[in-house]
Design a protein around this ligand. Structure first.
Ligand code: FES
Length: 87
């Protein structure tokens, strides 16, 4: 389990192990554009301001992953307790 904090509002949302970030945030009315939901298309890429993503997509390059400043919320998760997103 990890949590996502929105930079704009400061609101914090828990992301259960069996739910994606996109799906968990959608339940609170926060909609992130998505398409493939499988980490292939890159549509859902979201900027990460703090925390370390656990990249599970096939879209970002190794270099982009290592930057820790963006991730694909349709499938990727977090290595840190909190991810602060530019939302
Ligand atoms: Fe396609 Fe996330 S929706 S990579």
């Amino acid at each position: 389990i990890f949590e996502v904090r929105l930079a704009s509002s400061g609101a914090v949302y828990l992301i259960p192990p069996d739910e994606t970030v996109i799906s968990a945030l959608a339940k609170h009315g926060i909609d992130i554009p998505s398409s493939c939901e499988q980490g292939i298309c890159g549509t859902c890429i979201t900027r990460v301001i703090d925390g370390v993503p656990d990249h599970r997509d096939l879209f970002l390059t190794e270099e982009e992953r290592a930057g820790n400043d963006q991730f694909t919320p349709c499938c990727s998760r977090a290595k840190t307790r909190t991810l602060v997103l530019d939302l």
